[in-house]
Design a protein around this ligand. Structure first.
Ligand SMILES: [Zn+2]
Ligand SMILES: [Zn+2]
Ligand SMILES: [Zn+2]
Length: 305
């Protein structure tokens, strides 16, 4: 921590929000985006300027907005790792009223399986691999390495909190963190196919994921393309601090280069959209992400020509 951060910390330590701020700065230094919670354990409401998203929202939300608000507005989207923002005057006022601390699991490259009750915990012990566990008021948070879309109530008493969601910080927990298993991803995939939930509260840019149907002229197997794409997306998602834009460019170029010998089409547009989404979710403004990916796709074609 900088000398500057230490000074601010000791000053803020004198008021009730001090301990949350102290923890928040430690988490931020470890790359975990944090935000304060008010009474009711929910994010603070938007300020007058940001009320009803009149500001357009933050750049990494669904609609890439121009919001430059210094206050922690827009719930999960306010979560950040910048100690200067976290200790700024606008946030200091909020820390004073904070009763809890939250983080953006997806932004830290994590997924939290939130188990609300004993029955949910029993299910998880049978269905999911052992990992780091954080006790909660009535249940447990199971933490996995890897980010994914979030969904509530994927099973009775089970929420998946990762991208575009916040989770309460209740301590580091115990146990070794396992890699996000397919069993957890499947909980949300199933959810996605339920038409009634489509488009509800999703902050992801609209996209059609890559599938064999859009790649009728590709000489690779679907599994090959999908595996390469997932690896590339993981690289982009891991850039929670900086460099996600150039990583998106590199991944787009690398993946497109695999198809220069295919008759085509290979569904490169869909692959590009998935990379854009991953970059946007780690804070790259959508227009910038789109440009980086387009340039990457074109660079591969130019090199092959
Ligand atoms: Zn605001
Ligand atoms: Zn705003
Ligand atoms: Zn191909």
């Amino acid at each position: 921590m900088t000398a500057d951060g230490t000074t601010r910390l000791s000053v803020d330590g004198k008021h009730p929000g001090g301990s949350h701020l102290h923890t928040a700065l430690a988490l931020a230094a470890a790359g975990v985006p944090v935000l304060p919670l008010r009474a009711g354990k929910v994010p603070f409401g938007n300020c007058r300027t940001c009320k009803d998203n009149a500001c357009g929202g933050r750049p990494h939300m669904k609609a890439a907005g121009p919001c430059q608000c210094p206050a922690p507005c827009h719930a999960w989207a306010a979560a950040c790792t910048d100690p200067h923002v976290i200790t700024s005057p606008a946030w200091a006022a909020v820390w004073r009223e904070a009763v809890g601390l939250a983080y953006h699991p997806g932004g830290a490259g994590l997924t939290v399986v939130d188990l609300d009750n004993a029955a949910a915990i029993t299910w998880a012990r049978e269905a999911l691999p052992a990992t780091r566990i954080v006790p909660t008021t009535r249940g447990e948070h199971w933490l996995y390495l890897g980010a994914m879309p979030s969904a509530n109530a994927v099973r009775p008493g089970v929420d998946v909190k990762s991208l575009t969601q916040y989770a309460r910080w209740l301590g580091p927990g115990t146990g070794r963190m396992a890699v996000l298993p397919a069993a957890v991803r499947a909980l949300v995939m199933k959810e996605d196919t339920t038409p009634a939930r489509r488009g509800v509260a999703s902050s992801l840019p609209t996209r059609t994921p890559w599938s064999r149907e859009v790649a009728t002229g590709c000489r690779h197997t679907g599994a090959y393309v999908r595996t390469g794409l997932e690896r590339g997306l993981a690289l982009v998602r891991s850039r929670t601090e900086s460099g996600a834009g150039s990583q998106a460019f590199g991944v787009a170029r690398f993946l497109a280069a695999q198809h220069t010998a295919c008759p085509g089409p290979c569904g490169l547009a869909a692959i590009g959209e998935e990379i854009v989404t991953a970059a946007v979710l780690v804070g790259v403004p959508e227009a910038y992400a789109r440009r980086a990916v387009t340039n990457g796709l074109e660079a591969a074609v130019e090199r092959a020509a």
